[in-house]
Design a protein around this ligand. Structure first.
Ligand SMILES: NC(=O)c1ccc[n+]([C@@H]2O[C@H](COP(=O)([O-])OP(=O)(O)OC[C@H]3O[C@@H](n4cnc5c(N)ncnc54)[C@H](OP(=O)(O)O)[C@@H]3O)[C@@H](O)[C@H]2O)c1
Length: 288
């Protein structure tokens, strides 16, 4: 399994396992299956309400915890110094771990929800820097940050994020943001690498898959890791869990990479960092 080296010196596998929408025993089983089949990176979040199950899956797998890179995330309604510290401890307790490998701000504060969004992100970040200094987190990063959110964070941060987890799949891959992150030595991680299934049925991807005798999922994942971007596909099916990590023994040509790069927009989730919440999620949001 290939790793990337983060700007803080820690390593992270190029392929990990996503857990959004996995709950209860399904989550325990899928996480254990993923670990038993070679995954060493897990992605969860406080808002997924499965941190306990992910922790149980780690134990059930029998794999040494120190071999596994665990990511969890600070939810966007908890951006602030004290809130971040409390939320982090809750995540740690639910996971049943004594440290987290990667802790991310899940979505940046925005002007719709915070009177001073820059300060909310900066305060949460300061709390995360302290937790890292205390040895409770190995690496800290962000998710769904655009350049404007990163530039604002750089004004007060002592350390720049190790990673930015963003929507990234054929048909919507934010190339300018990706280039900006790479210039700043911020690793990029793709969420929804198959656009939650919306890429299936695309003729260009199907042709490339047929040429390599691979699935469309494997083509999407391979295209992403060939860009040195980390992937975290989610699946509950054992056969797919195995399929999604089996992407290191073939290579897409430069022409195939370009064909996928230039696909028209498809599968965009519609989620934007400056727009949340589109659907009223919490009556308290506007007061934070
Ligand atoms: N930071 C953020 O804001 C954010 C947002 C979204 C997601 N994420 C993270 O990114 C992870 C991945 O994204 P995602 O779960 O939204 O989408 P995804 O990984 O692109 O797609 C998951 C869907 O594809 C299906 N699938 C997986 N492998 C397959 C295969 N080989 N063949 C056919 N179908 C397959 C799964 O169904 P089955 O389960 O039935 O196989 C599931 O319905 C999440 O789980 C989460 O950890 C983060």
């Amino acid at each position: 399994m290939k790793d990337l080296v983060l700007n803080d010196g820690h390593k992270i596998p190029l392929v990990g396992f996503g857990t959004y929408k996995l709950l209860g025993q399904d989550a325990v089983q899928s996480v254990a299956d993923a670990l038993k089949n070679g995954y060493r990176l897990l992605d969860t979040a406080a808002v997924y309400k499965n941190e306990e199950a992910v922790g149980k899956g780690i134990k059930e797998s029998g794999i040494d915890r120190n071999e596994i890179c665990v990511t969890t995330k600070l939810w966007r309604e908890n951006l602030g110094y004290n809130q971040a510290k409390i939320a982090f401890q809750e995540s740690l307790d639910k996971l049943g771990l004594d440290y987290i490998d990667m802790y991310l701000i899940h979505w940046p504060a925005n002007a719709k929800n915070y009177t001073n969004w820059q300060k909310a992100n900066a305060d949460a970040w300061r709390a995360m820097e302290e937790l890292k200094a205390d040895g409770l987190i190995k690496s800290i990063g962000v998710s769904n940050f655009w350049q404007e959110h990163l530039d604002a964070l750089f004004q007060t941060a002592n350390s720049i994020p190790a990673m930015n987890q963003i929507e990234f799949h054929p048909g919507y891959w934010q190339p300018e943001l990706t280039d900006f992150c790479k210039q700043k030595d911020i690793a990029v991680q793709s969420w929804s690498p198959m656009a939650r299934g919306k890429v299936f049925g695309n003729a260009v991807l199907e042709n490339i898959a047929a040429r390599h005798n691979r699935s469309v999922s494997q083509i999407c994942l391979r295209w992403i890791i060939q860009k040195e971007v980390i992937v975290i596909p989610k699946s509950t099916e054992l056969s797919r869990i195995k399929e999604n990590i089996n992407i290191f023994d073939f290579k897409l040509s430069a022409d195939e990479m370009t064909q996928i790069d230039t696909l028209p927009e498809m599968g965009f989730s519609g989620e934007l960092p400056n727009e949340w919440p589109d659907r009223a999620e919490s009556p308290n949001s506007n007061n934070l």
